[in-house]
Design a binder for this molecule. Structure first.
Ligand code: ADQ
Length: 470
């Protein structure tokens, strides 16, 4: 059986894996031979040309070091100040610095040069996320003929936004160098297909010969998921129970509304607090009866737009506290820190409402985790943004437009008033969907599709490919 090589910006660290993705991919590598490749997390004077292998809790990991300058241009710059905002349709928050693209390309070249000598001819390579779009091109340019797949964890932008991204034609050509491109949701595949089928050479380059040829690239939706049954077990584990008891002492009889997100402008946090404020304004019976807990650990906090989101959130939470808090009642708790998965699972289970309202999101795993953690006999209600990829799977949630804070406030009211039988029937549908989209099946189905046996017309791809890079 071919080895699997997983490539991502960062390699997993020691200790319990933080996210479901790392756990699932570790499992894949435990079942198949292979290794994980990526940045070590170290910044050095001279970039490493060779990767160092390390054993990370039994996982084979190959790592390279980057220079501070390259890392800045590649990570905080092109990846997170251009690609992240524009793929989330926030061109207004993008910084179009033309110097970053070179650093982004250089790091992808460095990855390719360090990875190539480690490859066997039949290795299957699975590249993750927007930091590494050019990797297949760079590997192909060095002669790699392996099957290479790419998975985009974030949404794919609409065509007009894509045209506004500097170097978008290079990026699209880079995507065409993959054998398989996986997206989170059907809407992403539709946006990609719209570009691929209707790309207008005049608006791209003025030269019809330069339009991108996607005929050798398969594109499909592979919605990621979690392990909902593992969350069900975690939610009643001793560590979860300890957390729940702590929180219960604070809550008393109040019902809990929970939000859990990285502190990112795509997650719609200010709008969410505003919706909660409207609930308390318009429906006074909820005062002293509910409590909103928002857990939001800082993320990418060297980037100005992230600092501003954090300040905006501080100020809105302060406003709501100022308007509604009393000596013996606080409307909300806002915690800027990360918690372990058992603690989160316990809190999800305790919460009557899971408030998951990103303005745009590839999938949103918090929605999956919230569903998995519920008590089947007394489940909570998921209020979910229709602009999260998860909305394509979880139509039994209360779906909202997160920009419309009146609508979200009304969904909160419906969720808090929802009778038990409706909560149970909605949750059963949601749990069945979460199980049907579990993370193990996700990685298996992507790798099955990428496997050489699944290619159309055996052998012809490599020949075509060489013709196109010659
Ligand atoms: P993220 O944008 O990070 O992921 P999400 O899918 O919600 O968003 O995953 C966040 C993960 O971090 C969850 O597993 C959650 O439990 C964890 N987390 C969040 N807050 C935490 C806290 N305070 N403490 C501890 N853990 C916390 C990107 C894309 C998503 C896509 C995923 C996976 O932006 O759209 O769903 O990748 O593909």
């Amino acid at each position: 059986m071919s080895r699997i090589v997983i490539v991502s910006n960062r390699t997993p660290g020691k200790g319990p894996a933080a996210g479901g993705l790392a756990v699932a991919l570790r499992k894949t590598l435990a079942e198949r031979e292979g290794f994980w490749f990526g940045w070590s997390g170290r910044l050095v004077e001279q970039p490493s040309s060779e990767a160092r292998f390390e054993d990370v809790d039994g996982l084979k990991v190959a790592q390279v070091d980057l220079t501070r300058q390259d890392h800045h241009a590649y990570y905080a710059g092109f990846s997170n100040s251009i690609l992240w905002p524009s793929f989330h349709l926030r061109l207004d928050l993008a910084t179009l610095d033309s110097t970053w693209y070179e650093g982004y390309r250089r790091v992808n070249q460095q990855f390719a040069r360090a990875l190539l000598p480690l490859l066997k001819a039949d290795d299957i390579i699975w590249v993750h996320d927007y930091h590494l779009i050019p990797l297949a091109s760079e590997l192909r340019a060095l002669g790699a003929r392996n099957r290479i797949g790419f998975y985009l964890h974030i949404p794919f932008p609409t065509a007009d936004t894509l045209y506004a991204i500097p170097n978008h034609l290079d990026l699209m050509r880079d995507l065409s160098r993959y054998d398989l491109v996986g997206m989170q949701a059907n809407r992403d595949v539709a946006a990609f297909t719209e570009f691929a089928e209707h790309q207008s050479p005049a608006s791209i380059s003025g030269d019809p010969l330069q339009s991108v040829d996607f005929s050798r690239t398969e594109v499909d939706a592979f919605p990621i998921g979690s392990d909902p049954d593992a969350f069900a077990r975690l939610a009643v584990s001793p560590a979860a129970t300890k957390m729940v008891n702590r929180m219960r002492r604070v809550l008393g009889d109040q019902r809990l509304i929970i939000g859990v997100d990285r502190l990112d402008y795509s997650k719609g946090l200010p709008q969410r607090v505003e919706a909660y404020e409207k609930l308390l304004t318009h429906d006074a019976r909820f005062r002293r009866q509910v409590h909103f807990l928002q857990v939001a650990p800082p993320s990418r906090d060297t980037i100005k737009e992230y600092q501003e989101t954090s300040e905006t959130l501080d100020s809105i939470c302060g406003r709501v506290m100022g308007r509604f808090a009393e000596l013996d009642w606080q409307p909300l708790t806002y915690v800027k820190r990360a918690y372990g998965q058992p603690s989160l699972a316990g809190l999800y289970r305790l919460a009557r409402v899971g408030l998951v309202t990103p303005l745009r999101d590839g999938m949103n795993l918090v929605a999956h985790e919230y569903i998995g953690s519920q008590n089947p006999a007394d489940p909570g209600v998921l209020v979910l943004s229709r602009f999260a990829g998860a909305a394509e799977i979880f139509d039994a949630a209360l779906l909202v437009n997160p920009f419309d804070t009146d609508e979200t406030a009304e969904a909160l009211r419906l969720a808090l008033d929802m009778p038990l039988d409706e909560r149970i029937s909605r949750w059963q549908t949601l749990m069945a969907a979460a199980r049907a989209h579990n993370i193990d099946d996700w990685s298996r189905s992507f790798l099955d599709r990428l496997a050489p046996a699944s290619r159309n017309g055996s052998g012809t791809r490599d020949i075509l490919y060489l013709a196109s890079v010659a």
